[in-house]
Design a binder for this molecule. Structure first.
Ligand code: URA
Length: 239
């Protein structure tokens, strides 16, 4: 197991400059395995170290993988302009270590959003070639007809797309609801597909990515959690 000094470990986990981390430790704000530590040069395990800073518990890791139940009114962009950014929902150390959303949801879309500071993971998850199904629940302005569902399954032509885009799965669980599964992640895709099929999306929630379901995570809106290896496994493409 690789070892590192406590001040460097805190720095790697987003608690500020090395000097600031040394101060936190020297002033008694850091505990390791329940015990206060005042020596910034204490050798500790780099991975899996349980520590607290100002009584908040952390476990050290090279990378973090998070799921957020995104509320409406938050932007996924790096420089949010009209609404608060989704990163504002995370604690400062996670922001400081460079956690970013994996792909985008519109500011008014709610539901499952992945975030990580692992560039390879973000790249792999966002790659169009990966074809991880994304599951959405849309509420519509007009009643959902069998023809609308059939059109979404057959494929609809969007303005700037070379070929029609079809839903992988689509059904209507309620008179004004569409449960739709997409393989691609084009800009405003669900809303544009519904509009092209003659209806209008009035609310949109992402309910699952691959086999990772939002309801299984038991996250209130605006809350986040760490994803373990078993949960990340559910994000792999089928077959
Ligand atoms: N499709 C949309 O229209 N908006 C989203 O946020 C996600 C998928």
């Amino acid at each position: 197991m690789s070892r590192v000094t406590l001040d460097r470990l805190l720095q790697s986990q987003g608690f500020g400059t090395r000097r600031h981390c040394q101060q936190l430790i020297a002033e008694g704000h850091v505990r390791v395995a329940g015990n206060p530590v005042l020596d910034p040069l204490l050798q500790v395990d780099r991975e899996g170290l349980e520590f607290t800073v100002f009584d908040e518990a952390w476990v050290s890791s090279e990378h973090v993988y998070l799921a957020l139940n995104k509320p409406a009114g938050h932007e996924c962009s790096r420089r949010p302009s009209h609404h608060p950014g989704v990163l504002s929902l995370l604690p400062e150390p996670l922001r400081a270590r460079g956690v970013q959303p994996v792909g985008r949801l519109d500011h008014d879309t709610t539901g499952l959003l992945l975030l990580s500071d692992d560039g390879a993971f973000i790249h792999a998850q966002s790659s169009p070639r990966r074809k991880v199904p994304k599951h959405y629940l849309a509420s519509t302005c007009d009643p959902v007809t069998p023809e609308l569902v059939a059109a979404l399954l057959a494929g609809v032509q969007l303005h700037d797309e070379p070929a029609p885009l079809a839903a992988l799965r689509c059904e209507s669980p309620g008179s004004h609801q569409v449960a739709i599964t997409l393989e691609q992640g084009k800009y405003h895709q669900v809303k544009r597909m519904l509009a092209a099929a003659g209806n209008q999306c009035v609310a949109l929630q992402r309910v699952a990515i691959g086999r990772l379901r939002l309801d299984a995570l038991d996250l209130p809106e605006g809350a986040w959690c760490h994803l373990g290896e078993a949960e990340r496994e559910l994000l792999t493409p089928p077959g």
